[in-house]
Design a binder for this molecule. Structure first.
Ligand code: HEM
Length: 425
């Protein structure tokens, strides 16, 4: 048996036995189908136990190291001097960045090392400071309420399409004070930014480039309308009027803007869907939530751990080093599997369980660690808290009535379809 030939129908103990039979050297956890079938956890379990720093010599992405234990991931993520995020070395995902082919040299600080990273991050951070975000809270709440009020009760709907995508697009439009009627463009540009040409969203690198230029021109228009009008609380006004960001070269502005759009789009969308699934799979926790809605604040980080919206981040070793007794050579690709670290039983109590009143719920790796730790983490939590408060006000039970469908991706842990029925109070 190899990673490829594990039969689809295997699950539970049978799957664990089959995975145990694969020679360690042949395990390749980066195969997107393992995430789509949600079987990858069994592979991670074995690696954490038997070979926590694992070398895969052959894969669709070339050779790579898998780091699967919580503490080893922390060690890599906090050691940016040795483990680089630089785009020209390959960037931040197991699939090397191909920015050269799109002919748009977007600069994003998530794929930069110091000192440039630090300067750019510092310039944009005020835009997502908690004090600013709280100003947006009433608008997000009102619009979330409108979307939820428009849903049919008692009929089967797809939660992803009707709610998660709608709510995330709405929040993005609110954050940017983007023309409301045109908000679907934001979702499109976000999808285009991360699209692999030929895989469904765009057909070619040219199409991708053209659409991103269109995006650039659109934002340029908004930027020009809002410059010299201080006091705006949306992200564009803040960036256009802050001394730290107003002089940014345009492609740098656009790159960082797209980072803000993409960073919060799929991740939040899948956390909204993941939360519904988690509560359905743990009915005792759903009861607990109904009895005490004040637990939402604690439940939100637990949803983010349980879902782990980004399965991994990748680094490239700048020099020879050692992790968990293994020698990593300069130039090696090092993949930190957050999804595995968040299930590490030696660090997290009963990690497979979803526990909404878990002590220390922010002890998870979903936002990464170190200098690149998610800049929008408080914003993500704020959005999810508002959304869950509004869901709980309206519905007694968001009942999952069919199997979820998952995204074919080894980076975004996505739920593409989730059939539900809503039950009012
Ligand atoms: C970086 C996850 C929401 C903006 C990151 C990283 C992860 C992550 C794993 C990289 C950390 C690393 O390389 O060590 C998530 C998750 C979210 C979320 C799971 C939702 C549940 C958001 C939102 C925004 C955002 C709403 C919008 C402002 C960013 C930015 C970075 C980043 C700008 C780059 C930070 C840097 O390189 O210094 N995020 N994110 N994220 N995220 Fe998020």
């Amino acid at each position: 048996m190899t990673t490829q030939t594990i039969p689809q129908e295997l699950d539970g103990a049978e799957l664990a036995r089959a995975v145990a039979d694969i020679p360690l050297a042949e395990i390749d956890v980066a195969r997107p189908s393992l995430f789509q079938s949600d079987k990858v956890g069994t592979f991670f379990e074995r690696l954490r136990r038997e070979d926590p720093v694992h070398y895969c010599a052959e894969s669709a992405y070339g050779p790579y190291w898998s780091i699967t234990r919580y503490n080893d991931i922390m060690a890599v993520d906090t050691n940016h001097k040795v483990y680089s995020s630089e785009a020209k070395l390959g960037g931040i995902a197991i699939q090397d960045m191909h920015s050269d082919q799109s002919n748009l040299e977007l600069e994003m600080f998530i794929a930069m090392d110091q000192p440039k990273h630090d300067a750019q991050r510092k310039a944009v951070t005020p835009a997502v400071a908690p004090s600013n975000l709280l100003l947006l809270e009433p608008v997000i709440r009102e619009r979330a309420g409108e979307i939820l009020d428009s849903l049919p009760v008692g009929e089967e709907i797809d939660w992803v399409k009707s709610v998660s995508v709608e709510l995330t697009t709405m929040t993005l439009a609110t954050l940017f004070d983007f023309p409301w009627e045109e908000r679907a463009r934001l979702t499109r540009w976000s999808d285009v930014t991360t699209a692999i040409p030929g895989a469904g969203i765009v057909d070619s690198f040219e199409q991708r480039r053209d659409e991103l230029i269109e995006c650039a021109m659109y934002f340029k228009g908004l930027w020009e309308q809002r410059i010299d009008q201080p006091g705006g609380t949306d992200l564009i006004s803040m960036m256009a009027n802050s001394s730290a960001t107003r002089e940014m070269p345009f492609l740098e502005f656009l790159g960082n803007l797209l980072l803000l759009i993409v960073g919060g789009n799929d991740t939040t969308r899948n956390s909204i869907s993941g939360g519904v699934l988690a509560l359905n799979r743990h009915p005792d926790q759903y009861d607990k939530l109904r009895r005490d809605p004040a637990l939402i604040g604690n439940m939100v980080p637990e949803i983010i751990r349980w879902q782990t919206p980004l399965t991994h981040m990748r680094r490239t070793a700048l020099e020879d080093s050692e992790i968990g007794g293994k020698r990593i050579a300069k130039g090696d690709k090092v993949v930190m599997w957050y999804l595995s670290g968040n299930r590490d039983e030696t660090v997290i109590d009963r990690p497979e369980e979803f526990i909404i009143d878990r002590k220390n719920p922010r002890q998870h790796l979903s936002f990464g660690y170190g200098i690149h730790r998610c800049m929008g983490n408080r914003l993500a939590e704020l959005q999810l808290r508002i959304i869950w408060e509004e869901i709980q006000k309206r519905f007694h039970f968001v009942e999952v009535v069919g199997e979820p469908e998952r995204l074919l991706s080894n980076l975004v842990r996505g739920i593409t379809r989730l059939p539900v029925k809503l039950h009012a109070h």
